[in-house]
Ligand binder design. Structure first.
Ligand code: GLP
Length: 266
């Protein structure tokens, strides 16, 4: 794991956007896995700026979102589809036909969504870069604690804690879904590269467990320790509980020295 600790959340957003932009410039037809939530919003804003000011194109990009609530009306402002339209898709040149979420409108059978989503990801050749946030309980996507580490896209019952954390997003709490469809943990870890963002003090415990704890379904994000190419981008408050902090800083210094001497790796 590459642990990168930056001064503040704005720097995390900038660095994340520059990693995504770097991939899209090298591979204009890249397939991105994308998260929702508060954490990535500044990254999306930075990507929109990059599109407007520096011509970053999304015209050949395909996106697969991590998750979506079950049973929201199409166009519901609380849906992750609406979030993605607001934060990114409406502001860049992406082809709407290339944007996928595991949507399950009222009346649709949620059990059919997962296999169809897995097939769509496979048809597009798999995910090149999966961007992730992390829940305060260590979830990735909506893979709550005790999710199978081998899980695929499926229905997930949200924990009471997750429902509570996301409650402010719903004007009418009685309309807040208790079920979601989420990429599974195996789906996520099949991405060729993973970039996890965490900012703020509320994530410090989850970050400690995901980076330094045992690999366990108790903290689904800890599975990332088994992936070959993961970058964890943190601000100072999110990094506050890391026990090997000195070592991560030392590694970062060594990397900078190599970069200065030999340039960016190919
Ligand atoms: C949500 C989403 C996750 C997200 C996480 C953290 O419930 N399902 O994909 O990464 O929780 O969200 P936030 O960035 O708002 O803290």
């Amino acid at each position: 794991m590459d642990i990168v600790i930056l001064d503040n959340s704005e720097q995390v957003a900038q660095e994340a956007a520059s990693m995504v932009a770097g991939l899209l410039r090298a591979t204009p037809s890249a397939v991105l896995g994308l998260p929702t939530g508060q954490t990535p919003r500044a990254m999306y804003q930075a990507l929109v700026r990059e599109h407007r000011e520096n011509g970053l194109s999304f015209s050949d990009v395909t996106t697969f979102n991590l998750d979506e609530y079950v049973g929201l009306e199409p166009g519901s402002p609380q849906s992750y589809r609406a979030y993605m339209q607001r934060e990114l898709f409406d502001h860049v040149d992406i082809d709407p036909d290339n944007t996928f979420l595991p949507e399950c409108p009222p009346g649709a059978d949620p059990r059919t969504v997962g296999p169809a989503y897995e097939a769509a990801i496979a048809r597009r050749g798999g995910i090149d870069l999966q961007v992730l946030g992390v829940g305060v309980n260590g979830h990735i996507g909506f893979n709550e604690p005790a999710s199978s580490l081998a899980s695929r896209t499926r229905i997930k019952t949200l924990t009471r804690e997750t429902i509570e954390v996301n409650r402010p997003l719903f004007d009418d709490p009685s309309k807040q879904p208790q079920l979601a469809i989420t990429m599974g943990i195996a789906t996520i870890t099949e991405a060729r590269e993973i970039l996890l963002l965490a900012t703020g003090e509320s994530k410090a415990d989850a970050v400690h467990r995901l980076v330094e704890g045992p690999v366990s379904a108790r903290c689904p994000a800890s599975i990332l320790q088994m992936h070959e190419k993961v970058t964890v981008l943190l601000d100072e408050p999110a990094a506050a509980q890391l026990e090997l902090r000195d070592y991560y800083d030392w590694v970062a210094a060594q990397k900078r020295a190599l970069l200065d001497k030999f340039g960016a790796p190919r």
